[in-house]
Design a protein around this ligand. Structure first.
Ligand SMILES: C[S@@+](CC[C@H](N)C(=O)[O-])C[C@H]1O[C@@H](n2cnc3c(N)ncnc32)[C@H](O)[C@@H]1O
Length: 246
């Protein structure tokens, strides 16, 4: 028999984590793990609130255009699904996409896929995207381009300066992230100990994206021409986008 944590015990766990994080005796390693657990608890709470409203895992509207993991970047005419606010629906897509089979025309995500675990959640997401898309429907996916960073290692200090400026301009980490190798670490893990940012769990290039979506059943996977009417303009540089057709 499987034991499930009930919502009240999840609340208790969250309280205990908060208390432990305030304890001076909680070491750095344990604190890292507790912060990660606290984030998962937050996602789980939002997800369970939504899934109580739709216990069969399908919402009762059928949007034709859907953005996954858009964060604060909203796209006109797209229904936004994200694990945390702001979004039209708070849903942890590692648990599936709560839409009907063959109901979506266009699905879009950028800088989302690298935040879920590979292979389990990433491949599940690809299969779910394929399931909810209509025949001929298209899935656009953009991620930080690991190939771009690796191709330029170890040289190219001016490119390294540009990357640091573009990717880290708003972050207080320049004292630590300032070489090309640090940027390679960015595509593989980002700042996994920063409460503001969620870590990168897997690195992708065009080949990897193409393989994954082909394996999920998509007929064609091609490069996508960046369109700032849909995509976040700040993501264009150093990212790779593909469009997969069902
Ligand atoms: C780095 S942000 C990218 C936001 C936006 N796409 C952009 O490019 O500015 C990653 C987004 O993915 C969302 N996300 C991460 N894991 C998720 C999950 N399991 N289910 C749904 N959304 C998730 C996060 O909440 C966040 O909004």
């Amino acid at each position: 028999m499987t034991a499930h944590l009930s919502a009240p015990s999840l609340d208790l766990l969250a309280e205990q984590i908060t208390a432990l994080l305030k304890e001076p005796s909680t070491g750095h390693g344990l604190a890292r793990t507790l912060r990660a657990a606290a984030k998962e608890i937050e996602i789980s709470r939002y997800h369970h609130t939504s899934s109580r409203a739709w216990p069969n895992g399908r919402i009762d509207i059928t949007p034709e255009k859907v953005q996954i993991g858009g964060g604060a970047h909203r796209i006109d005419g797209f229904y936004n699904i994200d694990a945390v606010p702001p979004a039209d629906l708070l849903w942890d897509v590692r648990e599936g996409i709560p839409l009907e089979d063959g109901s979506v025309q266009v699905m879009f995500s950028e800088h989302f896929l690298e935040h879920i675990d590979y292979p389990n959640s990433a491949k599940h997401y690809a299969r779910e995207a394929h399931r909810v898309l209509a025949p001929g429907g298209r899935l656009v996916t953009g991620v930080p381009d690991a190939g771009f960073v690796l191709r330029h290692y170890p040289d190219n200090p001016s490119l390294s300066e540009e990357m640091i400026e573009r990717w880290y301009a708003k972050r207080d980490c320049r004292g630590d992230i300032n070489t090309f190798l640090d940027l390679i670490n960015y595509v593989f893990r980002d700042q996994d100990d920063d409460p503001t940012y969620t870590p990168h769990l897997w690195a992708y290039d065009r080949v990897k994206l193409t393989q994954m979506f082909t394996e999920a059943g998509f007929r064609i996977v091609e490069p996508w021409d960046f369109d700032s009417a849909i995509a976040n303009p700040k993501r264009q540089w150093g990212s790779v986008y593909v469009i997969a057709t069902k």
